[in-house]
Ligand binder design. Structure first.
Ligand SMILES: C[S@@+](CC[C@H](N)C(=O)[O-])C[C@H]1O[C@@H](n2cnc3c(N)ncnc32)[C@H](O)[C@@H]1O
Length: 247
C-alpha cells in the first residue's frame, strides 16, 4: 500500500507547525472541541493516538487521566517534536505508519485519530486493523477531512463568490470519483484520498464497528462571524467529519 510522508518535508513541516501554533487555527478552534466532546471518559484507559503529529492530543489525553497514551506517526520530525514538547511519564511515541499497525502486538481501550486518515489508501483495511486492536467494548473516535471537502481538484476556487468575494456556494468536483486528489496546500502537489460518505460508513460497518455518533465541522456563530475570512466557509462546506465507533 502506498504510504506518504509529506510532514518530513522541511517546508511542509515548518508551515504546518506555524499553522498549528497560530492561536486561531482549524485544529484548536474546530477539530479539538468536537473530538473532545465525543470522547469517553479517559480515566484509567489505555489510549492509542494514530497520526499523533506533534503530540498535543496525546498530552490532552494524558492530562484527562488516561493510564497510558501511545502516539504513533510516520513522520520523524513530528515524533521528535512531540517527544520534546509534549512529554509525560505515561506518554510514549513511536515512528510508525498506520499501514504497519499489525506490528504492534497490543490492545487498547480507546483508539483516536485526528485528521490523519486522509492519507490512507485502503480505508476499509485500516478499519479492520483498528478494530482488532481494541479491547471488547472499546471505542475508536476519529476525525478526518469531510468527503465534501476532498471533492476538490485545486483548479478553481472552492466557492462561487459574489463580486465582493463573499462565499455563496461551495463547489464540488467529481464527488463520485474516489481516489487520490492532488492540489496546492503549502506544497504544490499535496495529496489526499477522496472517498464518498458511503465508503466511510461501509468501511466501518464491514469491519464490524457499531457507529455511535457522527459529527461535522461546526463552531459557535460568534466565532464564525468574528473570523469570517478564515471560518466563514463552514456553513457551506464542513471541512471535517467525526465518528465514534464501538467494538
Ligand atoms: C494534519 S496532521 C494531524 C496531526 C495531529 N493528529 C494533530 O491533530 O495535530 C496529520 C498527521 O498524520 C500523519 N500521517 C500521515 N500519513 C501517515 C501514515 N501513513 N502513518 C502514520 N501517520 C501518518 C502525518 O505525519 C501528520 O502528523
Amino acid at each position: 500500500m502506498a504510504k506518504q510522508n509529506i510532514y518530513d518535508n522541511d517546508t511542509f513541516f515548518d508551515n504546518f507547525k506555524n499553522l498549528r501554533s497560530n492561536e486561531i487555527n482549524f485544529n484548536d478552534v474546530i477539530e479539538s472541541p468536537i473530538i473532545t466532546a465525543m470522547l469517553p471518559d479517559l480515566k484509567g484507559k489505555k489510549v492509542l493516538d494514530i497520526g499523533c503529529g506533534m503530540g498535543q492530543h496525546a498530552m490532552q489525553y494524558s492530562l484527562a487521566g488516561a493510564a497510558s497514551v501511545l502516539g504513533i506517526d510516520i513522520s520523524e520530525k513530528m515524533i521528535s517534536y512531540a517527544r520534546e514538547k509534549n512529554y509525560s511519564a505515561n506518554i510514549s511515541y513511536l515512528v510508525m505508519a498506520f499501514e504497519d499497525l499489525d506490528r504492534l502486538d497490543e490492545k487498547f481501550d480507546v483508539i483516536t485519530s485526528s485528521l490523519a486518515l486522509d492519507y490512507v489508501e485502503d480505508f476499509g483495511a485500516l478499519m479492520k486493523q483498528i478494530r482488532s486492536m481494541l479491547n471488547d467494548g472499546g471505542q475508536f473516535v476519529f476525525s478526518m477531512s469531510h468527503p465534501i471537502a476532498t471533492a476538490y481538484d485545486g483548479q478553481y476556487d472552492r466557492y462561487t463568490r459574489t463580486k465582493d468575494g463573499v462565499r455563496l456556494y461551495a463547489n464540488l468536483h467529481n464527488y463520485g470519483i474516489e481516489g487520490l486528489r492532488k492540489f496546492r496546500w503549502v506544497v504544490d502537489e499535496y495529496e489526499v484520498y477522496h472517498r464518498t460518505f458511503a465508503t466511510l460508513v461501509n468501511g466501518m460497518a464491514s469491519a464490524g464497528f457499531v457507529i455511535e455518533e457522527c459529527q461535522e465541522s461546526h463552531l459557535p456563530e460568534e466565532i464564525r462571524i468574528k473570523y469570517q475570512d478564515k471560518f466563514g466557509g463552514v456553513i457551506h462546506q464542513p471541512d471535517f467529519i467525526f465518528f465514534r465507533c464501538r467494538k
